[in-house]
Design a protein around this ligand. Structure first.
Ligand code: GDP
Ligand code: ZN
Length: 447
């Protein structure tokens, strides 16, 4: 992939829209743009200023009125000359605009190539580039907030001081080697361990932030299970606060699982409504029940719903046992509106909405027993980052062990460098091409 040529792509989503933006980046961006536009006067190309122009077809007819914005290198998204042409969002016009740009010498951009160029040109580091993708695909505002923090550099900022301490330690050990012969005092084991400790603590804290970060990034799955007619679909709707599942009073209608995603304190939760579960000889119903069991097994949490107006039956007990065996679960008594008297059970009424807030609170408590901390605590949201941090920590722990065994500094240094390498790979200071390709190929074209 050459970074010399000028690239072009439609940067807005497919389909018709009020606006559609074609983006050009590279040294030839202005020249290519001039070839397909007519300006009222000779274009001044005043940077960071929008100007009106006409988009032309091959014969010089106007096909759209557009707004052209020029971002001069290096103060642009890619750190190259960038021209953005905002058309009226007709897919035909946008495609025409790109086709004309290609005729003018531009090349179609690869997925994520604009962001890749920003990275290669040193305008952003790798975690910042990855955050662009997360921001675009955010499904909750909380995800967006964290991605935005990462986009302006929070991950590398957290790693930088740890890396600096590690580099200092390496320098100390290297010096120890150099001066050992002259018997200049070398660093004592205690001194080395004192320097390793804060780095370990910092790395551990970041790795732990992934526990929450992973939830924010990937979300989790919640299955609602129960006998037919206990009110699973009603509860599903109550949690989603809209009518997605079909509610009926004929037992056994939700034969297939239905799922929808909602935001629980910013964590995207995929809620799965399952077919009613009961001892049955009906073949079709049995299949539905199998799928329900599968949904429970796949889910991070299962809510078992019981009909308080009927009471607990053998089928309920079996289901509860299964849920308990499988891990995180909540037992919920529904139709509390038909009942009086107290119970230790979490009682809700999907019909009146009574207890739904409490149910949400209990779910949060189940997901995050220590509470939801500030966005700061979700600093690491990428599995790639977590793995590299763990790799670094392991090497650092090996260094500490080597110190305890009194091994020579040459050997400690090897482990120190092994601890440094993953941190460099994380921030993108040194990253193999195949990893870069992998990261940027997940982007859409035009980003
Ligand atoms: P599912 O088969 O478990 O999905 O149950 P549905 O959600 O389809 O509900 C079965 C019947 O119970 C419907 O007639 C609902 O209106 C009724 N129902 C559900 N939740 C409540 C509730 O909290 N109170 C009352 N009184 N009826 C409910
Ligand atoms: Zn249902």
């Amino acid at each position: 992939m050459s970074t010399q040529d000028t690239i072009v792509a439609i940067s807005t989503p497919p389909g018709a829209g009020g606006l559609g933006v074609v983006r050009l980046s590279g040294a030839e961006a202005r020249r290519v743009a001039e070839g397909l536009l007519r300006f009222p006067a000779a274009p001044e190309w005043k940077p960071w200023t929008a100007s009106l122009a006409e988009l032309l077809d091959e014969s010089g007819n106007t096909v759209d009125q557009v707004v052209v914005t020029y971002f001069a290198a290096p103060r642009s998204y890619t750190a190259e000359d960038v021209v953005e042409i905002a058309c009226h969002g007709s897919p035909v016009v946008l495609r025409h605009c790109v086709a004309r740009a290609l005729q003018g010498g531009a090349r179609p951009a690869e997925p994520g190539e604009f962001t890749l160029r920003a990275y290669l040109n040193g305008r952003i580091d790798l975690p910042q580039a990855e955050a662009v993708h997360d921001l675009i695909t955010a499904t909750t505002l909380h995800q967006a907030r964290i991605a935005a923090q990462q986009m302006e550099g929070s991950v590398s900022r957290a790693i930088a001081p740890l890396k600096a301490q590690l580099v200092e330690l390496i320098a100390l050990l290297e010096a120890g080697i150099d001066f050992a012969e002259d018997d200049v005092s070398v660093a004592s084991s205690d001194h080395i361990l004192d320097r390793i400790r804060p780095i370990s603590v910092g790395l551990t804290r970041l790795i732990e932030s992934f526990r929450f970060g992973k939830l924010v990034h990937d979300g989790l799955t919640l299955a609602i299970a129960g006998r037919p007619n206990v009110g699973k679909s009603s509860l599903f709707n109550a949690l989603l606060q809209r009518d997605r599942a079909i509610v009926t009073n004929i037992p056994g209608t939700t034969r297939d699982t239905v799922s929808e995603t909602f935001s629980l304190e910013g964590i995207p939760v995929r809620l799965v409504d399952t077919a009613g579960i009961r001892a049955s000889s009906d073949v079709v119903e049995k299949l539905g029940i199998e799928r329900s069991f599968q949904a429970m097994a796949d889910a991070d949490i299962t809510i078992v719903v019981i009909d308080l107006s009927v009471g607990v039956e053998e089928d309920d007990l079996q289901l509860m046992e299964r849920a308990v065996e499988q891990g995180l679960h909540l037992i919920v008594g529904n139709k509390s509106d038909l009942l009086w008297g107290a119970s230790d059970l979490l009682m809700v009424s999907a019909k009146t909405g009574d207890g739904i807030e409490e149910l949400r609170r209990r779910l949060v408590a189940l997901i995050a027993p220590d509470g939801f901390a500030s966005p700061q605590s979700g600093l690491i949201t990428s599995l790639r980052h977590e793995l590299l941090l763990k790799e670094s920590l392991e090497s650092l722990q090996r260094t500490a062990n080597a110190v305890s065994f009194g091994l020579p500094h040459e050997m400690l240094l090897l482990d120190c460098y092994s601890a440094l390498r993953p941190l460099d790979a994380l921030t993108g200071a040194t990253t193999a091409d195949d990893i870069l390709n992998h990261i940027f190929s997940t982007f859409c074209i035009g980003k």
